[in-house]
Design a protein around this ligand. Structure first.
Ligand code: FAD
Length: 284
C-alpha cells in the first residue's frame, strides 16, 4: 500500500539498547519503509538514550534510504554542546530536526541548561545554521502537563512557530476534537505551518496507561474499560486497538489533517495493521 503524496506520513523510532533490539529495529524499519514515509525520526534522551545512540540510529536509517531526523533537546545542554551537535548533524547529511525542550530524568534535579524552552532552541538553531534544517516542534492538543493553562500553552507553541519552526507534531491523543480545536486556535493566532497529529498504536494496556499518565494524554473512559476487559488477551487488544486508532486516523485525514506521525515503538505490526484499515484514497 502506498500513501498518497498529499498525506505527510512519518514514523518515529527510538535508539535500540542492544544488538538484538537493533536487529529487530532494522527488520521493523524495512517493513515500514515499504509504505514510503516522507521521513522518519529518532528520539533523543528518552529512556536514557544518548546522543550517540540517536546519531547511530539515524545513520542506520539513512543507510536504508530514508530522510531521517534526530530529535534534539536543549534541557541540560550548553550552547557549545548544541553547536557541536548541529555541526556533526550537518556533516552527517541531516536536513531535518525535531527540536524539543526535553525533560530531566525523573527524581533527578540538575542543571536545566543554557536554553530554557524549545522556542529558545529553535531560535538558536536558526541563528547558528540559518535554513540548513527543516525544524519540527511539539504541540499538545490536550495541553502540556506543566503548562499553567491551555491559553498559555498555545502562546508558547506560537512562540516556537515564530522562532522559525517549519512544522509541528502533536502529542498523541484519542479524541480528534482536541486536535481540531487546537489547530483552529493556533490558526486564529496566525499559525500556518502543518500540525501533524502524533498517532500512538494501542498494543499494551499497562504501557499505554503509564505513557499517558506521564505525558498528559487522556484515554477515554470507554477505551479504558474495553482494554481492562480484555485482560491478558493480547490479540484482542491489538485488534481493538487497530480498529480504534484507524478510525481516529480516518477522521483526522477526512477532516483535513495534513498527515500522520506514528509512534512506532520500533514495531511494524501495529502501524501496518492501522494502515491496512485506512481508506487512503489510493484505490489500493
Ligand atoms: P516547550 O515547548 O519548551 O514547552 C515545555 C513547557 O513549558 C510547556 O508546558 C510550555 O507551555 C511551557 N513554556 C514554554 N515556553 C514558556 C515560557 N516562555 N514561559 C513559561 N512557560 C513556558 N522527549 C525527549 O526527552 N526526547 C524526545 O526525543 C522526545 N520527542 C518528542 C516528540 C514529540 C512529537 C513530542 C510531542 C514530545 C517529545 N518528547 C521527547 C517529550 C518532550 O520533550 C516533553 O513533552 C517536554 O516536557 C516538553 O518539550 P517541548 O519541546 O514541548 O517544550
Amino acid at each position: 500500500m502506498t500513501v498518497p503524496s498529499t498525506v505527510a506520513l512519518s514514523l518515529e523510532f527510538f535508539p535500540p539498547r542492544d544488538i538484538a533490539a537493533q536487529e529487530r529495529l532494522v527488520r521493523a524499519a524495512k517493513q515500514l519503509l515499504a509504505t514510503h514515509p516522507r521521513y522518519v525520526s529518532v528520539t533523543f534522551g528518552a529512556g536514557g538514550s544518548t546522543r550517540t545512540g540517536t546519531a547511530d540510529t539515524v545513520r542506520m536509517l539513512q543507510n536504508l534510504g530514508c530522510d531521517a531526523a534526530p530529535h534534539l533537546s536543549c534541557i541540560g545542554a550548553t550552547r557549545d554542546s548544541l553547536r557541536e551537535i548541529l555541526t556533526a548533524y550537518r556533516e552527517q547529511g541531516i536536513r531535518r530536526l525535531v527540536a524539543l525542550r526535553g525533560d530531566l530524568p525523573s527524581g533527578m534535579g540538575g542543571d536545566a541548561g543554557e536554553l530554557r524552552y524549545a522556542a529558545d532552541l529553535v531560535a538558536f538553531i536558526r541563528q547558528e545554521t540559518g535554513d540548513a534544517f527543516h525544524i519540527e516542534v511539539a504541540a499538545y492538543p490536550e495541553m502540556h502537563p506543566q503548562a499553567s493553562s491551555p491559553h498559555a500553552d498555545l502562546n508558547h507553541f506560537v512562540a516556537k512557530v515564530n522562532a522559525g519552526a517549519n512544522s509541528a507534531i502533536t502529542q498523541y491523543f484519542f479524541n480528534s476534537d482536541a486536535y481540531f480545536d487546537f489547530v483552529d486556535r493556533a490558526q486564529s493566532k496566525g499559525v500556518t505551518i502543518p500540525i501533524v497529529p502524533g498517532i500512538m498504536p494501542i498494543t499494551n494496556h499497562t504501557q499505554l496507561v503509564r505513557f499517558s499518565e506521564m505525558c498528559g494524554a487522556e484515554i477515554p473512559r470507554w477505551i479504558r474499560l474495553r482494554l481492562a476487559e480484555f485482560g491478558d488477551d493480547k490479540a484482542s487488544i491489538r485488534a481493538f486497538g487497530a480498529d480504534v486508532v484507524s478510525e481516529l486516523c480516518q477522521t483526522l485525514l477526512d477532516n483535513g489533517a495534513p498527515g500522520l506521525h506514528f509512534y512506532t515503538l520500533n514495531q511494524a505490526e501495529a502501524p501496518l495493521a492501522i494502515w491496512r484499515e485506512l481508506d487512503l484514497g489510493t484505490g489500493s
